[in-house]
Write a protein that binds this ligand. Structure first.
Ligand SMILES: Nc1nc2c(ncn2[C@@H]2O[C@H](COP(=O)(O)OP(=O)(O)O)[C@@H](O)[C@H]2O)c(=O)[nH]1
Ligand SMILES: [Mg+2]
Length: 280
């Protein structure tokens, strides 16, 4: 993880996010669509209680769309909606505004009754590291990088990024901590690149990825690395993949370092296929 989370740090972050939430109408929570559970924060429901929240399952270009649709169904509740997006290309982003408007309808009606004509919708983006918060904010701000200045009585330092869709985003996202205690969550975060490779042994991680893929998508693994068949042992499969890719040192020794980084890179880049690592 880019940031090491300590209990004190978490308490401070929580407090800051709670303060910032007072300034917005709604929350956009970004998750990685490949791992919607593992990329969620354990306290996000509690933190965002009482605010309309839209969950963006980002990087949906890398997932199995049937599984992503099932996730959307299971995440949707009264105060929470979910959609799939690709923040790199912008796919799905046009659905954000109508959903927010719908979720804020009562509030807006109330304001209109009071005579307010121009209603600004302010939103804060939150999510754990690597889910695509910066990519998303940059994409929305693309056509309109103008930042509004400070407003008296609101806050000293907050900047609001105007977007082409008429909502304003708080310029700094709330960076949430991931779940750490669950080993499977840690693995999922590592597979998708959310945990820096230095923290975990790359070769061990690649082996775990082979094991996972041979269980959930054996055909994709076979097809990508042109394997005639899969062995039961992940290590044998990794060896075969290395041979197919010529990741061999002199004397026929497998170059595990090389094949591990090839495998992880190709998985992260979606080259092995559209793979959802978690189902609802
Ligand atoms: N394939 C794909 N990659 C994405 C998408 N959104 C972000 N990324 C990549 O995910 C990585 C992390 O994105 P970043 O915006 O830095 O995440 P942050 O830590 O939440 O701010 C970067 O390499 C982005 O290019 C997406 O929709 N699809
Ligand atoms: Mg960022």
């Amino acid at each position: 993880m880019a940031i090491n989370w300590f209990p004190g740090h978490m308490v401070k972050t929580k407090r800051e996010i709670k303060e910032n939430l007072k300034l917005v109408d709604a929350v956009i929570e970004i998750r990685d669509a490949r791992i919607p559970y593992s990329s969620s924060n354990p306290d996000v429901d509690d933190l965002c209680k009482g605010k309309p929240r839209l969950i963006l399952l980002n990087k949906s270009d890398l997932t199995d769309s049937n599984i992503t649709k099932r996730w959307i169904k299971s995440l949707t509740k009264e105060e929470v909606r979910a959609i799939e997006v690709n923040s790199l290309k912008g796919d799905g982003l046009k659905n954000i505004k109508p959903i927010l408007i719908d979720m804020l309808k009562e509030k807006h009606d109330r304001l209109r009754k009071k005579g307010l004509v121009k209603i600004t919708t302010r939103v804060m983006v939150v999510g754990i590291p690597n889910v695509g918060k910066s990519t998303f904010i940059n994409k929305l701000a693309k056509n309109n990088i103008a930042k509004t200045g400070d407003r008296p009585g609101v806050t000293r330092s907050k900047q609001w990024i105007k977007t082409s869709m008429g909502i304003e985003l708080m310029d700094t996202p709330g960076i949430l901590w991931p779940k750490f205690e669950d080993e499977n969550v840690a693995l999922n975060l590592a597979f998708t690149g959310a945990i820096k490779d230095e923290i975990m042994d790359t070769e061990e991680l690649a082996l775990k990825l082979v094991e996972r893929l041979q269980n959930i998508h054996p055909d994709l693994l076979k097809a990508r690395y042109k394997l005639d068949s899969l062995e039961e042992s992940p290590l044998e499969n990794l060896d075969n993949i290395a041979r197919k890719r010529g990741a061999i040192l002199s004397g026929g020794v497998i170059n595990y370092n090389r094949i591990s980084s090839i495998l992880l890179d190709e998985f992260r880049g979606g080259k092995i296929g559209k793979i959802s690592l978690e189902t609802p």
